[in-house]
Design a binder for this molecule. Sequence first.
Ligand SMILES: CC(C)(COP(=O)(O)OP(=O)(O)OC[C@H]1O[C@@H](n2cnc3c(N)ncnc32)[C@H](O)[C@@H]1OP(=O)(O)O)[C@@H](O)C(=O)NCCC(=O)NCCS
Length: 196
Amino acid sequence: MTDTDPGKTATSDPIRFRPARQTDGAALWRLVKATGQLELNSAYFYLLFASDFGDTCLVAERDGEVVGAVIGYHPPRQADTAFVWQIGVLPALRGQGLGQRLLDRWLALPANRACRWVTATVDEDNRASRALFGGFARRHGAECTVSPLFMPEQFPNPHPAEPLLRIGPIDRKAGSRAEASRQDRQRRELAAQDAS
Ligand SMILES: CC(C)(COP(=O)(O)OP(=O)(O)OC[C@H]1O[C@@H](n2cnc3c(N)ncnc32)[C@H](O)[C@@H]1OP(=O)(O)O)[C@@H](O)C(=O)NCCC(=O)NCCS
């Protein structure tokens, strides 16, 4: 995905999606901090991630500000899998479908095109995140299974369990149909706003 292609779906769509660049590290750190719920790692970590794994990370910008992001990578021993390590949307923009759009656009990144499975670890109390991944699986005609991965006793500090969500196999055609219908809905909403 480039800065000029379908990242921008409608002329009045204020959100722009693009893969992360090396210079996004600090903005990713700030976004994760601003979510208030994600575990904040060191700034150095985000700088490194944006540099070395930028192709598998997606940022959503509004007026030049990073308002959402997916930080992901390909687990080295699972060539057909893309892992969502962190996904976040600024609190003021939640509940408006941005999380769904981020995941769909992230899956459509050139680097993720060959992936048939998406994995993530999600605390079972995180209802928004569970709903987000459940909806993502449905849109892509895929199953979402949950299995134990990291247990609290494996962490050196108090930490809830991090079960593994595994979504797949991904049906790319179902995803394209869902995106076309979302764009159609958005066009109709924008036209209705213009008319009122
Ligand atoms: C999780 C998060 C990224 C979702 O972003 P969002 O833009 O609010 O998500 P959307 O508006 O696209 O909603 C996605 C789905 O979650 C549901 N949802 C959103 N907020 C919810 C909430 N607080 N409780 C329950 N369901 C919720 C929506 O109804 C939607 O469901 P659907 O696909 O069945 O229609 C956002 O809440 C966030 O940044 N949370 C803090 C960081 C975090 O917890 N990240 C996940 C860690 S793995």
